[in-house]
Design a protein around this ligand. Structure first.
Ligand code: CA
Ligand code: CA
Length: 225
């Protein structure tokens, strides 16, 4: 019956508005209520093909889908880093990015203050959940992809080691041979370019702008054009 469908639709809208409202009030959320509603709509689209339990509110965006989103909307290509960004979004570590994790993660990713973003990048690089530091070994693995394949392997290995020592010198603020979150945040506060020192894990200006445009509320859109 058409009446029934309409009522159902209305309830869903209300539910979303209510959710957006409570997320909007959170201190760490930098979005307007309408932007959050757009983000929740996108979330719904991204999980459209997900199994029923996800649709019922458990789970959310899985690793593969999240990687697609980062690739499509944020030009990211490095699978290893994209998986780490996914882990940084998946705060409760259940293998899915939930609605709340999606909105709060995007808030840092797109609109975070420098200290929020450097903490986020540290989380990406430090492989959260282990010892809480970025070690020489972690840095070696992260920076490996930055170097173009060298003809002689021995030379390449030397270059990688040099690169790690150089990077460590810059971001190991207290010089104890490993990078803590404090080291990292102090280094970035002194030199903001260091924020993505170990590989791209934030949107660039172009992709940030176009994603914000995608979720902009109508008022802002009119203002812009
Ligand atoms: Ca999760
Ligand atoms: Ca240190």
């Amino acid at each position: 019956m058409p009446g029934k469908t309409k009522k159902h639709f209305g309830t869903k809208r209300q539910e979303m508005a209510h959710k957006a409202d409570s997320l909007c009030k959170m201190k760490t959320c930098h979005f307007s209520k309408q932007e959050i509603e757009r983000l929740l709509q996108l979330f719904k689209e991204f999980t459209k093909t997900a199994p029923n339990e996800v649709k019922r509110g458990k789970g959310g965006i899985d690793r593969t889908k999240f990687r697609d989103i980062l690739h499509q909307h944020f030009d990211m290509t490095d699978d290893v880093l994209m998986d780490k960004v996914f882990k940084a979004f998946d705060l409760d570590n259940d293998g899915y990015v939930s609605e709340e994790e999606w909105v709060l993660g995007m808030s840092i990713f797109l609109k975070g203050a420098i200290d929020e973003q450097s903490r986020f990048c540290f989380g990406v690089y430090s492989m959260r959940g282990e010892d809480g530091y970025i070690s020489r070994e972690d840095m070696y693995l992260l920076l490996k992809n930055c170097l173009v394949q060298h003809q002689q392997e021995e030379d390449a290995e030397e270059m990688q080691k040099d690169l790690v020592e150089m990077a460590l010198k810059k971001i190991d603020f207290d010089h104890d041979g490993r990078v803590s979150v404090e080291d990292y945040m102090k280094s970035v506060a002194e030199e903001s370019l260091l924020i993505e020192a170990l590989g791209p894990c934030l949107p660039n200006t172009k992709t940030r702008e176009s994603f914000l445009e995608l979720i902009a509320d109508d008022k802002q859109k009119k203002h812009r054009f």
